[in-house]
Design a protein around this ligand. Sequence first.
Ligand SMILES: Cc1cc2nc3c(=O)[nH]c(=O)nc-3n(C[C@H](O)[C@H](O)[C@H](O)COP(=O)(O)OP(=O)(O)OC[C@H]3O[C@@H](n4cnc5c(N)ncnc54)[C@H](O)[C@@H]3O)c2cc1C
Length: 444
Amino acid sequence: MHQTDRRAVVLGAGIAGLLAARVVSDAYGRVTVVERDPLPRAAESRRGVPQGRHAHLLLPGGTQILDGLFPGLLDHLAATGVPVVRDFAEFWLAPGGGRPLSVRGPAADPFLCQAGRPTLEQHVRDRVCALPNVTVADRCDATGLTADPERRRVTGVRVRRATGGEETTIDADLVVDATGRGSRAPAWLEALGYDQPRQERLAVNLTYLTRHLRIPPGTLTAKVAGVGAEPGRPSGFILLAQENDRWILTVFGYDGHHPVRDTAGMLATVRAAAPEHLYAAVRDAEPLDDIVAYRFPANIRRRYDRLRRFPDGFLVLGDAIGSTNPVYALGMSTAAMEAVALRDALTTGDRGLPLRFFRAAATPLGRAWQATVGGDLGLPAVHAPRPPAVRVAGRYAARALRAASRDQVVAGQFLRVGSLQDPAARMFRPAIAIRVLRHGRAGQ
Ligand SMILES: Cc1cc2nc3c(=O)[nH]c(=O)nc-3n(C[C@H](O)[C@H](O)[C@H](O)COP(=O)(O)OP(=O)(O)OC[C@H]3O[C@@H](n4cnc5c(N)ncnc54)[C@H](O)[C@@H]3O)c2cc1C
């Protein structure tokens, strides 16, 4: 239902904001994206997205949605040198430590997109900016909401331009907050007389270290390689081929196991986790830049889906409703699935839109939450109570991961769950459970 006379404003031009702008542009006559940063013309890191300097892997749930929202995007990225993995011969991942997932052959659809985060954002931004009804206002800080006198409906957003001057208001029929983890929407809602959403939180105290490398062509057959944390070694790494013949290496460690921020520290983290051929490739690689660090304190989820009252004309999406441990590489795919939930919610008009959207978005976000928090609770380095059901699920997950390194059927199902395409319950189907029990014994 396209409403030509109506205007939507999206706050934040990160991946979630851009995808929201794309779907909202089908339903609203005018869409304005408000972004605090000056937006670069080229693919460059920027202040508002500090995580953009670290390895970003777009998993199949996300690649397929992006290719649907922007037809031809993945082919275009691949043509410009971005590795798009479509064959498991190029894939070497051991998410639970130990042996890699047992997967072979071509994937049914484009599987992984390994554009550097600034490159991906730039290509998506270019596509969104090319939409005739979308404009981007950068250097513009969203500072609060405006509402009707009864405070039942949000009527716009207050903004302050980086160039200074007074706050101004942009009137809108719909305001979408995609300002990321630091979103001020809870305080804005409270100022309008609404409850703040309850926040769920699991502290992980994770440190990321990243640098780009040159690895001579032919050294590795895999374009993506990595080893996840395991209970006795709560650290790991991911190594991704990227555009411009560069690789990006990110190492990480949980609480008390943070990698040391120098070349030797990064190598030591890789050595502790990697098989010899991967370690040798990293050791012999040419470093291309300085090491950058990022600290990720906690998984957080804001339960907007549980609120009873919410003003019309306002939504929150992306990291602003849930920000999960980056080790699981789910944030962009979750944002893409939330954008699809928003597109679907808009097809039935804007009556009750916010709560309908939050409930629909709770499915992908709930899957991401279950995957990350479930995985993190399997690590003793993550300090939190573990009720009996969590301990049982954790033991099953460990066994499933071992089975996935030996059995293609389990590995395939694990990948679909791990990339949000299927609910976690699929891992418990009898056909999978039998294989998990058979192939997942320790020490086989
Ligand atoms: C270290 C790290 C590694 C990651 N790796 C992966 C990965 O491999 N795969 C994956 O799928 N996900 C990964 N993620 C998650 C991913 O980056 C995010 O989940 C995803 O990009 C969605 O973010 P977002 O657009 O909601 O928020 P953000 O990326 O934080 O963007 C928010 C935007 O809003 C702007 N903004 C903020 N406040 C205001 C304001 N008041 N007014 C106007 N503009 C404002 C900011 O400048 C920014 O542009 C990783 C995250 C981290 C931290």
